[in-house]
Design a protein around this ligand. Structure first.
Ligand SMILES: Nc1ncnc2c1ncn2[C@@H]1O[C@H](COP(=O)(O)OP(=O)(O)OP(=O)(O)O)[C@@H](O)[C@H]1O
Ligand SMILES: [Mg+2]
Length: 282
């Protein structure tokens, strides 16, 4: 089990989109599980929701609201499993969905953290948790999900405003002994090296392209999973997802002709048949 939490200072730099992009190209030999733990409300329902119910997509329930109600008795791995949804797309990515309402999301998350959601998630076997903490502030109940071994990736834009807010957030988290790294969206106006220096050497784990088309495709605009897989954002996220996950045990197999063509079409880290996909709800 790997738990990677993603969050940000103010400014909506792209946390939820990054989590979706990573899940969409998570290595096929591993199972990603998205946890919407943004107390300001989840994004999956508004982006990938079924709307009128005539197409596959995310539903309003089950969500953290129903899980919080169930957690009054006891919160177990089985109860969590019973409250997951499968995102639209070919990859069968599962998610613990949060309601869009900030009041409902905050209340449910506070209840779940109090019921031990952090510990229960850490006990889940065979899944890699991609946890969307949303905007992090000192009062966020989502901080209660972090474990000593958790990785917290701060998502930021490489501009002055985002960097200044992120630097202060990183210092506060450091004082709480939370180890952070940085993921940048775009490389302008400041380079990743400039940003790392400005943030006093916080490790930069990656840079995802500023790709509005790809971001919209992930949010449900794409006609098919293939469109999602081809966008620059998801291709770059494929490299990052590979870096986040240990190598599989290698079993020698005979080479096939198909490898070269996929490589050319999708880049080295994203093979459509071997990765999860998401976002083609509409
Ligand atoms: N890599 C990207 N390239 C271009 N646009 C992006 C990228 N990532 C996100 N966006 C856009 O930025 C906006 C905010 O994205 P997103 O909702 O993922 O941010 P967030 O940090 O989760 O925000 P919030 O705190 O409101 O939940 C959206 O319009 C999204 O399409
Ligand atoms: Mg978000």
């Amino acid at each position: 089990m790997t738990l990677i939490a993603f969050g940000a200072a103010k400014g909506a730099p792209g946390v939820s989109t990054t989590v979706l992009a990573l899940a969409a190209c998570w290595p096929a030999h591993r199972q990603p599980l998205i946890v919407e733990a943004d107390p300001s409300g989840g994004d999956l329902l508004s982006r990938l929701g079924t709307g009128n119910g005539d197409r596959p997509g995310v539903d309003a329930a089950p969500s953290t609201v129903q899980l919080a109600a169930a957690a009054r008795d006891a919160l177990s791995a089985q109860t969590i499993g019973e409250h997951l949804q499968t995102l639209p797309g070919a990859g069968e990515i599962r998610a613990l969905v949060a309601p869009t309402s900030p009041f409902a999301a905050h209340t449910a998350l506070t209840t779940l953290v109090g019921a031990g959601l952090g510990d229960r998630l850490a006990e889940l076997d065979g899944v890699d948790l991609l946890v969307d903490l949303g905007r992090i502030d000192p009062t966020s109940p989502a901080l209660g999900l972090l474990q000593p071994q958790s990785r917290l990736v701060l998502v930021a834009r490489p501009d002055l405003e985002s960097v200044l807010h992120t630097r202060e957030l990183e210092r506060s988290l450091n004082a709480l002994r939370v180890r952070t790294s940085l993921l940048l969206i775009g490389d302008r106006p400041y380079s990743p090296a400039d940003i790392a220096t400005a943030l006093g050497g916080v490790p930069v784990v990656g840079v995802l392209p500023d790709d509005p088309v790809g971001a919209r495709a992930l949010a449900g605009d794409a006609r098919s999973p293939k469109v999602v897989g081809r966008c620059r954002l998801v291709r770059a996220a494929g490299h990052l997802a590979t870096a986040f996950t240990p190598e599989p045990e290698v079993t020698p197999v005979e080479s096939t002709d198909a490898a070269g063509s996929d490589e050319a079409a999708y880049g080295p880290a994203l093979h459509p048949a071997e990765h999860h996909s998401v976002g083609a709800a509409r």
